[in-house]
Design a protein around this ligand. Sequence first.
Ligand code: FPP
Length: 238
Amino acid sequence: MKSDPVLDLRHIAIIMDGNGRWARKRGLPRIKGHNAAERSIHDAVEVCGEIGVEYLTLFAFSTENWSRPKAEVSFIMKLLSRFIKGNVDELHRKNVKIRTTGRLSDIPSGPRKDLESAMERTSGNTGLNLILALSYGGRAELRDAFAGIASAIVSGAFQADDISEEMISSHLYNPDVPDPEVVIRTSGEQRLSNFLLWQSAYSELVFTPVLWPDFHAEQLRECLDEYRSRKRRFGGVE
Ligand code: FPP
């Protein structure tokens, strides 16, 4: 699949925020907001498929989210299983390859097995790479990369002077995935919250006040229009 020719866009990353506030506005428990998140995920996959984006990374659960109330964490893990089991057929039909980033070993065995089987089943697909960031933290990812590099130095494979930016990138969780051209965050918050810290060094950041359950195809297209209006200089001049 080729990158979108108009947007020059290979990788969209999204911080799906605002589920709890969406529910509260309706007088509903927070978990209803997470429930309502599924349609927005569908829409994002659909739009990425239409415009030929190769990678869509969704921040589904951070290393910090484990500190949420136990019942909410357990609900999100069940929702993850339900999402995978309920959507894997359709995603497979759409040639989507399901992948993850983060410390998958932290995820309880039920949803982890569902994910692993979906990844295995879709591993040969050549369309959109749908990357679910689960128990993901940018600092944890960098810590793990540095630990890998340190072990290689201790073993004598190379020396500290050999460390380059490319080498650090190659020790991240998914070294084949290009940096996102754009990181979108819903719900009006304007921060990265430990998402793709290394990879987003030159990403365009697009913030929208729309809460994630209200973020559908039209809202995503608007964010991509905003991205398209930006001039990317990568520290140089035009
Ligand atoms: C942010 O809203 C959302 C999360 C931290 C969890 C995201 C989880 C899902 C979208 C569902 C599970 C994932 C999949 C792939 C099915 P928030 O709860 O922080 O909202 P708030 O800031 O309004 O409280």
